[in-house]
Ligand binder design. Structure first.
Ligand SMILES: Nc1ncnc2c1ncn2[C@@H]1O[C@H](COP(=O)(O)OP(=O)(O)OP(=O)(O)O)[C@@H](O)[C@H]1O
Length: 251
């Protein structure tokens, strides 16, 4: 039994079959990479996990709950958080203020912009925000303004904001896209550290094979809307079907 189970998912856009009979199981506590050439259907699949797209047929079940028909915020509340290519942070706020926002939202079920002004005395929120920053090794940067940080540090901050929601599953959509090598390595280290410490399940869509093979414990390869291979990383590299899928589309 996986924490996320996808069965027989199909999705077409007009005459284009973007997903065809997709089956995928993500085991609890693992990092599972979803790879494949451009246009293979990776983002379409991810969008079916977060309530952005409704499959035409099939089921998507997370921790025993069907995700189909649920709104993105409802999916988030049952424990699924998504990390985008560009870190989603509040640029004008400090690192610490950024992390307090999801702490309030988790505690109160919603966040009001004026909540930050009445943070004095809210020691539970402050303690939690501090812990999140310690967990991502950013406590020394708590007073920095978010916009002034490197891409890798912005990613680190965004991860602290995600962790504040106490997710059971993190969906990462090309988390190192456009990063310099140093920031990419920094992000790999961070994700490995988080998984090691918190055993959060992660599904990662990624083109950078250095990232994929550094992190993934299981890899599903999508091509033309179908999962062509699902296996351990050591069996993926030389797999003839994978090589065929990537021929001419090397990244
Ligand atoms: N909203 C849409 N309307 C029409 N076609 C779409 C839509 N979204 C995706 N597609 C098509 O579905 C197919 C799969 O696209 P998708 O973005 O899921 O692939 P991908 O594997 O994420 O690609 P990439 O690695 O380039 O991001 C592509 O042919 C794409 O053009």
């Amino acid at each position: 039994m996986g924490i996320l189970e996808i069965q027989n998912v199909n999705k077409s856009f007009g005459g284009l079959k973007a997903l065809q009979n997709v089956n995928l199981n993500i085991e609890e506590g693992t990092i599972h990479a979803i790879i494949g050439p451009n246009g293979a259907g990776k983002s379409t699949l991810l969008n079916c996990f977060v309530g952005k797209l409704m499959p035409d047929t099939g089921t998507v079940t997370f921790d025993g709950h069907s995700l189909l028909g649920k709104k993105p915020h409802e999916i988030n509340q049952i424990g699924v958080s998504r990390v985008f290519q560009t870190p989603e942070i509040f640029s004008d706020l400090s690192v610490f203020e950024n992390v307090m926002i999801p702490c309030f939202a988790k505690r109160d079920g919603a966040f009001e912009l004026n909540a930050l002004s009445r943070v004095q005395g809210q020691s539970d929120i402050r303690d939690k925000a501090e812990q999140m920053l310690i967990d991502v090794n950013m406590i020394d940067k708590r007073d920095m303004i978010a916009s002034s940080m490197s891409r890798g540090d912005k990613r680190r901050l965004e991860m602290a904001m995600c962790l504040a929601q106490d997710p059971k599953l993190l969906l990462l959509d090309e988390p190192t896209a456009g990063m310099a090598r140093a920031d990419t390595n920094n992000t790999i280290e961070l994700l490995a550290q988080i998984q090691d410490k918190r055993h959060i399940t992660m599904a990662v869509i990624e083109h950078d094979m250095h990232v994929v093979f550094s992190l993934a414990q299981k890899i599903s390869v999508l091509a033309q809307g179908t999962v062509i291979v699902e296996d351990l990383p050591e069996n993926i590299k030389g797999h003839p079907k994978v090589q065929e899928a990537y021929l001419g589309t090397a990244h």
